[in-house]
Design a protein around this ligand. Sequence first.
Ligand code: TTP
Ligand code: MG
Length: 377
Amino acid sequence: MRKILHVDMDAFFASVAERDNPRIRGKAVVIARHPLETNGKGVVSTANYEARKFGIHSAMSALEAYKLCPEAVFVREDFRKYKAISKQIREIFSRYTDLIEPMSLDEAYLDVTENKIGAKSAMRIGKLIQRDIYQELNLTCSVGVSYTKFLAKIGSDFQKPCGMTVVTPEDAAEFLRDLPMRKFPFVGPRMQEGLRELGVEVGGDLLRFEEMDLIHHFGKAGRSLYNRARGIDNAPVKPNRERKSIGCEMTYGTFLQTREEVAGEIAKLADDLVFRLKSNGKSGNNLTLKVRYGDFSTITKSMTVDRNIENIEDVIAFSETLFDEQFNVDKPIRLMGVTIKNFGKDFLVNTEIPYHLKTAEEVRDYYRGLAVAASDD
Ligand code: TTP
Ligand code: MG
């Protein structure tokens, strides 16, 4: 039986901001540029627990957050700092095991079945890690302890902040039975919607389905859902994976048939992708668009541009440019994916978003200009 921990920092960016600025401690803290500085643009990365009491959360528009709590302190992201802290956290993990799989700046899986301090109890290691992180970095984290990665991940989210949740093989079935689908890792809003249409609200509802049914509805993700609902997940903790690319893709149960639908889905993919890029501290200057048509023919096209792609506006504009040049909706589309590679060294020097552009056409022309300039040389 494996012993796996999932460690996730509490309100990570916001806790760092509070730690490093005593004047804002105890206040509602929102990580975003102040909407009054950006003409109401911008999105909340995260908020501290005080701000969450007002209903503020990640991915909400900064303007909406401001309306919910005008007194909130808005703090800009500082990815360089997060990266440095993330390294310190990993150093703490490495005191206990070398089997560490960082998932983002603020979370990692650890396999502690065999560990460097010869501890029998994974919970004990979880507590030691919480202690070290608190004493040395002045930050708190929550820990999930289980025999699979996905249960450990659910566990770390189960009681936050400063929580520890243990899910044993004996408890797993009961634990999953009443768990709402939104708490299942890797079940995004769209899959949740699909599941809701099938009458699946909690883990236990999944037990009614055959594996083939779920594969039919959700592709590969359906298979892992089938297994996970039964507490099965053999995925190993893979240490030190140095990623060469970061991407995300989506399979459409209902094929995309119009250019408007494509635009809508590109926007969603861009949102997911930029979040993954940021949480990995990466940006790159090559964007690849993959399209699989209804007849399963699959085409990927990529473009290299003159700077690192790291904001949603860039990803949308370059994806749309590629789409219009290389693809069409003559055949219905069953899958789209966007990937960024060629990671730059000077990542996360924020490229300025062209706020001066007003209409969608202006924005598109602006990016087309950049793309053309890049492909000329
Ligand atoms: P999370 O672990 O999802 O959130 P959190 O650490 O802020 O809060 P929690 O206590 O619930 O774990 O994400 C880690 C960091 O990633 C978060 O501090 C900010 C960033 N982030 C974004 O930039 N955008 C997002 O939509 C989310 C969810 C997180
Ligand atoms: Mg977190």
